[in-house]
Design a protein around this ligand. Structure first.
Ligand code: 1CP
Length: 348
């Protein structure tokens, strides 16, 4: 079998599959003991991201454990702001931080010119991952949406409310738009090089869509993402690669966001599967959307919710089972197996 015959690619092309293909956002990571065993050898997470062979091994871990239907490149969305010299680092037990965040418009004007070769370690990771994956298993490449990258770059770290970004948006909206343009251009070149290195599908993560109101969302999140998708669809190398868009709890209903060039909408667990199913039939694949928190509950609860989703989407050409957001470190790996068994053994 070739990658194009895999159930994941078939679903992205809106072809029927006998069972829904399954993969999980953040499927390689801290909930897996085999991940932690490797992670403990690195003080700074970014140093580990710069070891292509190690990253290939990490991407393979959830495939070997669960036999998932797609693999995702092991890296991070914040490699792009790091390549703009914002100085990404991860201190122990904390999330990402930037040594040189963007604090004023002149910081945007003075950003260095993006050189995609600075991210060569990512492209080497794609090549190494392809070597160790089963030949027909699709490999997903990714980037953050320009807005989500800008949010971290201005805040200087993760946050619940991102107050610095929201203030920057109020005071310096032109400068923010300039930054979003730079990030969209960089994401395009970055994704193109991921494709040339061997990825089969692109996912764009807009993990901070929920910070914005409807007007802001249109202007600062969706428009730059649309520009990025337009560039990808106008390029000879990238135009045939299916694109999945994840909008986390966006202020606009996901059914009103999907646009030309997107193959699949990845639904957050607050999005309505029922609405998406009605609106997207025969035009977009749907990925989602079990609340990751369900995986901390009893086996019966996991079975029930998983079966509800599988049953609701039964017969929808282009359904991919996933979580509504990334899997969290507090989830026991056995609970993931319960969920997978419920999908694969589903019969109604
Ligand atoms: O200390 C550690 O072990 C680091 C934990 C970790 C991991 C495993 C981070 C730091 N990044 C990653 C890998 C990662 N990040 C992958 C590849 C692994 C896989 O998916 O199998 C991917 C696709 C991402 C994407 C990512 N990074 C997103 C988008 C997805 C989402 O969850 O919304 C975001 C927002 C980030 C930023 C980031 N990097 C790391 C952390 C802990 C975070 C989130 C910070 C925050 O809460 O704001």
């Amino acid at each position: 079998m070739s990658v194009s015959e895999s159930s994941f690619i078939r679903a992205l092309n809106l072809e029927p599959t006998s069972k829904p293909p399954i993969w999980l956002m953040r499927q390689a990571g801290r909930y897996l003991p085999e991940y932690k065993a490797i992670r403990k050898h690195y003080k700074n997470f970014l140093d580990m991201c710069k070891e292509p062979k190690t990253c290939a091994e990490l991407a393979l871990q959830p495939i070997e454990r669960y036999g998932l239907d797609a693999s995702i490149l092991f890296s991070d969305i914040l490699t792009i702001p790091d390549a703009f010299n914002l100085g990404l680092f991860f201190s122990e037990g904390e999330g990402p931080r930037f040594a040189n965040p963007i604090t004023m418009p002149s910081d945007v004007d003075n950003l260095n010119i993006f050189d995609v070769n600075d991210l060569d370690y990512v492209f080497k990771t794609v090549e190494e991952t392809r070597k160790v994956l089963p030949e027909s298993l699709p490999l997903i490449g990714f980037c953050g949406s320009p807005w989500t990258l800008a949010a971290y770059s201005i805040e200087g770290a993760g946050s619940k409310t991102f107050p610095r970004v929201m203030k920057f948006l109020q005071l310096h909206s032109n400068s923010l738009e300039k930054l979003l343009g730079l990030y969209a251009d960089a994401c395009f070149v970055y994704l193109k090089q991921q494709v040339l290195s061997g990825i089969n599908v692109i996912q764009i993560f807009d993990s901070w869509a929920d910070l914005l109101n409807e007007d802001q969302f249109e202007k600062f999140s969706i428009n730059p993402t649309k520009n990025l998708v337009r560039m990808l669809k106008n390029d000879r190398v990238t135009k045939t690669i299916p694109i999945i868009l994840f909008e986390k709890a966006s202020p606009i209903e996901v059914t009103d966001i999907a646009f030309d060039g997107i193959a699949c909408m990845s639904l957050h667990h607050t999005d309505s599967l029922e609405n998406a199913k009605l609106k997207f039939l025969n035009s977009y694949a749907i990925q989602g959307n079990l609340d990751p928190n369900v995986l901390t509950k009893s086996d019966e609860d996991i079975n029930r919710r998983t079966r509800e989703i599988t049953s609701e989407m039964r017969g929808y050409p282009g359904f991919i089972f996933n979580l509504g957001h990334g899997i969290t470190p507090n989830i026991h790996p056995d609970k993931v197996q319960i969920m997978i068994d419920a999908i694969r053994n589903f019969e109604d």
